[in-house]
Each structure stands twice: as C-alpha cells, then as structure tokens.
Unconditional design. Structure first.
Length: 121
C-alpha cells in the first residue's frame, strides 16, 4: 500500500496576499473555490511537486505563521535564491550545512520554509 503526502495546510491571515506571494515565487495556482459559506480553499503546487499546499478560510485552526520546517528540494540553491530575490524577498546567502545547501524564507505571515539543494551522492 502506498501512502502519499499530497496536501499540507498553511495557515494565513490574508488569503489573497498569500496566494499572490506563493504564485510570485513560482507556485502554480491550481484551485480557488468557496464550496460553502465560511470556506475558501486555495490549492497551490510548487513546479514539479507531487505535494501541494492549501491556504484559505475555514480550513485549519492552526495560527497563521505557526508553520515551521516546510522544505522543498531544488537542483540549485543559488538559482532558487536568485528567483526569491527577484520576487522581492530578502534572502541570506546560501548556507552549506553539510547535508545540503540551503536558503530560507518566510511567507508574509511568517510560515517558515527551507529550500535544499541535495549534496552529490
């Protein structure tokens, strides 16, 4: 039996601002609907990923900005850093932590992300 992680909720205060942020850094806006009163569900997917994130209204009780440890993997941490800077983020230089090269960022609510370039194997 396969068990796949396909969707992770990211709590935000302003759905439109968060959607604009994530699309500005390259996430695809897959879905944005209000299935019922009090619910807005927005699904966004990083390019090439089998796992998406969801933001919205009425979809999680987690506090906006409380997510830490979200991680994506890229071929080049430096290219990812340049793309994030081009999108308007202030990003520290790439950090080589031994188990990969990393850049870090937070969304407008403070949800924290790591971008990892895996070391050669």
């Amino acid at each position: 039996m396969d068990i796949k992680i396909e969707l992770v909720m990211i709590p935000v205060t302003d759905v439109d601002r968060a959607k604009d942020f994530y699309t500005s850094i390259g996430f695809n806006a897959d879905y944005d609907e209000r299935p019922t009163d009090g619910i807005r569900f927005v699904q966004l997917t990083p390019p090439g990923s089998a796992c998406s994130i969801a933001i919205g209204e009425g979809i999680t009780k987690a506090a906006p900005g409380s997510v830490e440890g979200m991680q994506v993997v890229v071929a080049s941490a430096e290219e990812a850093r340049e793309k994030l800077i081009a999108a308007g983020l202030e990003i520290d230089p790439v950090a080589d932590l031994g188990w990969g090269k990393f850049v870090f960022f937070a969304d407008p609510d403070g949800n924290k992300w790591a971008v990892q370039e895996l070391p050669p194997r």
